[in-house]
Design a protein around this ligand. Structure first.
Ligand SMILES: [Zn+2]
Length: 351
């Protein structure tokens, strides 16, 4: 056994999971996600592979070619790392995990309608930093192992989904495309009133940068590379668009200093007030608390910090979770160099 991270069960002697293909059925009445995940390895493997999980119910592990069951075990939970999912592979290079989230899945924040701006629809969002991605899908949840993924989110048709990824399409669900889901949710997949939103992330990312939100979401354009998304409340969208109108200037300043912006889009998602961080640097779509909208454009400072992570953290990452301070310190330095020429405030006010 050769651990790569004190906060992960990942083992450097095991093949790396290169790609995750996720099918996620959002069941708002029970605030649970019923899911399947096809994991593709860097090479075929004979032996036990270790994955991180937290508060997931693992229903089965399946060979995607023969559909035979693959033996697995789930350890009692460690208070920090969660439970070790050991899967006894017999030469497969990919396998499917059928699972459900639980009320304790720590990356998921479910909001009932009264907890939203419009108070008419529920909302759910993620916060995977630093080690909570494992509570959404079984993973090698360490910056040492970067991932690519595709995701199909099956949601009520009155809602919309966004991800820190490329949006592929919004379409009707197809019967049978999630036939392995447990608990009868394979049959509910194509029910009337459901819709599928598809996304893909082709850039390799650290798992803590996986992110989505589902709710009554709308957007406004604020720049050639930037939309601001928020709950569909005109006053919130208008205030956010005004607060972040200078985002393109920040991106250009960053490019002048550190090279081209590599993530194509730099969208912003303003979440309901319960979002516990000022901002989270999810790639392609920064997540923000509405409390940074002050009406005087100073919320741009939080956006600039998250933009700095586009270079330090999202492109170049600390080796593992033990060294995360490097990520923040380097981003703080880049943040100051981006905003200082634009705003000319005394340097100490940025720290
Ligand atoms: Zn930061």
């Amino acid at each position: 056994m050769a651990p790569v991270d004190p906060h992960s069960y990942s083992d450097s002697t095991h093949p790396q999971v290169l790609h995750y293909s996720l099918s996620l059925f959002f069941h708002f009445p029970s605030t649970l996600i019923n899911a399947s995940a096809l994991l593709t390895l860097s090479t075929s493997y004979c032996g036990s592979i270790s994955l991180d999980t937290r508060s997931l119910i693992i229903h089965s592990v399946i060979d995607p070619i023969s559909y035979y069951l693959i033996p697995f075990s789930l350890s009692p939970p460690d208070p920090i790392k969660g439970s070790l999912l050991s899967i006894a592979l017999g030469g497969q290079s990919s396998f499917i995990v059928i699972y459900s989230t639980t009320a304790q899945s720590s990356a998921l924040q479910w909001l009932s309608p009264p907890q939203t701006f419009n108070q008419t629809h529920p909302f759910v969002y993620t916060q995977c930093h630093p080690i909570h991605a494992r509570s959404i899908f079984p993973s090698q949840d360490t910056p040492a192992f970067r991932i690519r993924y595709s995701a199909r989110l099956n949601i009520p048709q009155e809602l919309s989904a966004v991800m820190a990824a490329c949006h592929v399409e919004r379409r009707p669900p197809v019967a049978g495309e999630a036939k392995l889901l447990a608990g009868g949710f394979d049959l509910l997949w194509a029910d009337e009133g459901r819709v599928v939103e598809e996304f893909t992330m082709e850039h390799p990312i650290a798992p803590y940068l996986f992110a989505f939100a589902v709710g009554e979401i709308a957007f406004g354009e604020v720049g050639p590379r930037t939309r601001v998304y928020a709950e569909s409340v005109p006053s919130v969208l208008d205030a956010a668009a005004a607060e972040f109108a200078g985002t393109e200037d920040l991106i250009k300043q960053g490019e002048k200093l550190f090279g081209g912006y590599g993530w194509v889009r730099f969208d912003l998602l303003v979440l309901p007030p319960s979002f516990p961080y000022a901002g989270m640097e999810n790639p392609m779509m920064v997540f923000l608390t509405p409390t940074v909208i002050k009406g005087d454009s100073t919320g741009a400072h939080v956006v600039a910090h998250e933009l700095a992570h586009s270079w330090t953290g999202n492109l170049v990452t600390n080796k593992n979770n033990e060294h995360f301070w490097l990520n923040e310190v380097m981003s703080l330095m880049i943040f100051v160099t981006i905003v200082y020429p634009l705003f000319s405030r005394p340097l100490l006010l940025y720290l």
